[in-house]
Design a protein around this ligand. Structure first.
Ligand code: FES
Length: 487
């Protein structure tokens, strides 16, 4: 009998996306039952996990040691307490299995003795069949047993978290906090300070155990304590399986407006036209936002010269790293405030170490929730900034069947982060990157007959984006599947 694994655990174990597994299920290569897949099907579909040829034990051990060493190098090992707890749980499962086996063994021996004493020839034939069947079962490893062995290892090294009521799942590596792991997996839990003070990241532990890895000043009420409430920003998982009840943002309006003073970490030149501005928020006052949203950046008259200066920009970085906010300041953005803000940076009036106020987040250019349609991103010049944030988020949530990125530049070769896009293209099976010029874009899009069945995200300067949006609607992209961010 095969072992069954959840889709997300199988994807985590094999290092493939859930979308890739779903494709194999659709093609009939993997059996699926109630969101689970069979370990023996996984082993057949991914033959590199067929460890018999080179010696199962050695190869399993090599994989285990490699994973262990990698985690050690990356300081991603769970704490001793978590390791002990998870090994103890596995020991209990093993002991229960051994008890069951012992009972089966006793039953088998009793049956064998009765058959040996029964009159031949029918009893003799049954006895022979029983012995042969047992010898065969013991000679061959159970189907999918290597996958099961790796899964057992994974249960010790990483904790699997199921979120209620959304059903989202994520993994906690090492002693990561629950909040950090959830954000890295693209989830949008409620939180504020990230520091154990505000209490906004409260979650209820429905099953499993957690442990605090950082101090906290927040005081739970008696009722909260009785209901097993914990702070996600200071706790990690002790058990290998944890069920949490978590408040998640479902839409931009669920995220409150915030005001944060961040410091300029660096300014980099990406090409002749585009600068990268890196801001860092204080540890205890981070910015909560959804991928693809904008914020307002502000500096006082002392830096801007004359009067206060405010300009709106999309955040180019991922919400999973909420302390480090990246912005792309380019010439294609011709709004007066943006041009003035960029000039302050070019002139060195806004430089590393300076304070910049950040308000927001704004806008609804965010990923369609729960959609499994293919995703097409169309970025024009610095329209790549919000698209970059969305792509990182889409990769983290691993929900889209495929991702295509068209990055059109006004000048040939104007894509200012080409290596990053090529790296996505090479690393991800279902990711396509098409760099092109703005002049080439309409014809290339007209040739893509899959657009009406996709979620399309279009970002760039208003004068280029608006006619393109009209053309996409005329080409059959349903309005609810077309998301536009124009500046
Ligand atoms: S985010 Fe404020 S206590 Fe966790």
């Amino acid at each position: 009998m095969s072992q069954w694994l959840t889709l997300s655990r199988a994807a985590h174990l094999l290092g493939v996306s859930r979308v890739a597994l779903q494709k194999h299920i659709r093609e009939g290569e993997l059996r699926s039952f109630d969101g689970m897949v069979a370990a023996d099907d996984l082993q057949r579909t991914w033959p590199e996990l067929d460890l018999e040829a080179s010696g199962s034990f050695e190869k399993t051990r090599a994989i285990r040691e490699d994973a262990f060493a990698k985690r050690l190098r990356e300081r991603f090992l769970p704490s001793q307490e978590a390791l002990a707890q998870r090994l103890f749980a596995q020991g209990q499962e093993l002991a229960e299995l051994q008890r069951t086996l012992t009972r089966y063994h006793a039953l088998f021996e009793a049956l064998e003795a009765r058959l040996a004493a029964a009159p031949a020839p029918a009893a003799g034939e049954l006895l022979r069949l029983l012995d042969e069947g047992l010898a065969k079962a013991l000679a061959a490893p159970a189907p999918g047993h290597d996958v099961a062995a790796l899964d057992a290892m994974l249960r010790v090294m990483s904790a699997h978290i199921t979120v209620r009521p959304s059903g989202h799942e994520f993994f906690v590596e090492g002693s990561q906090t629950l909040l950090k792991a959830a954000l890295s997996a693209g989830l949008t839990p409620n939180y504020g300070c990230g520091n154990g003070v505000c209490g906004l990241c409260k979650a209820r532990v429905v099953a499993g155990e957690v442990r605090a890895v950082a101090p906290s000043d927040y005081c739970f009420s008696e009722a909260e304590r009785a209901q097993n409430h914990v702070l996600m920003c200071v706790c990690t998982a002790l058990s290998s399986d944890l069920v949490l009840e978590v408040l998640e943002a479902g839409a931009p309006e669920d995220i409150p407006e915030q005001r944060v003073v961040a410091k300029v970490r660096s300014v980099d030149v990406l090409n002749d036209e585009v600068l990268r501005l890196h801001l860092q928020t204080p540890r205890s006052n981070r910015l909560r936002f959804l991928a693809g949203q904008r914020v307002t950046l502000g500096v006082g008259a002392d830096l801007a010269g004359g009067s206060d200066l405010h300009a709106e920009y999309p955040v180019a970085s991922c919400p999973c790293d909420d302390r480090n906010l990246i912005f792309h300041l380019g010439l294609a953005d011709r709004r007066a405030a943006s041009a003035d803000f960029r000039q302050c940076v070019v002139d060195g009036r806004i430089k590393a170490g300076d304070d910049v106020s950040v308000w927001g987040p704004w806008g609804s250019f965010v990923l369609e929730k729960n959609s499994v349609r293919p995703v097409v991103f169309i970025a024009i010049d610095e329209g790549f900034a919000p698209v970059n944030s969305l792509i990182e988020h889409a990769i983290a949530v691993d929900a889209a069947e495929s991702i295509t990125l068209y990055w059109a530049s006004s000048q040939p070769g104007g894509q200012y982060l080409p290596n990053q896009c090529r790296a996505w293209h090479e690393a991800l099976d279902e990711f396509s990157y098409v760099p092109l010029t703005v002049a080439e874009l309409p014809a290339v899009l007209a040739a893509n007959s899959a657009l009406p069945a996709s979620d399309v995200y279009l970002a760039g300067a208003a004068e280029q984006v608006e006619p393109l949006a009209t053309a996409l609607l005329a080409a059959g992209v349903p309005p609810r599947q077309l998301h536009v961010e124009a500046f």
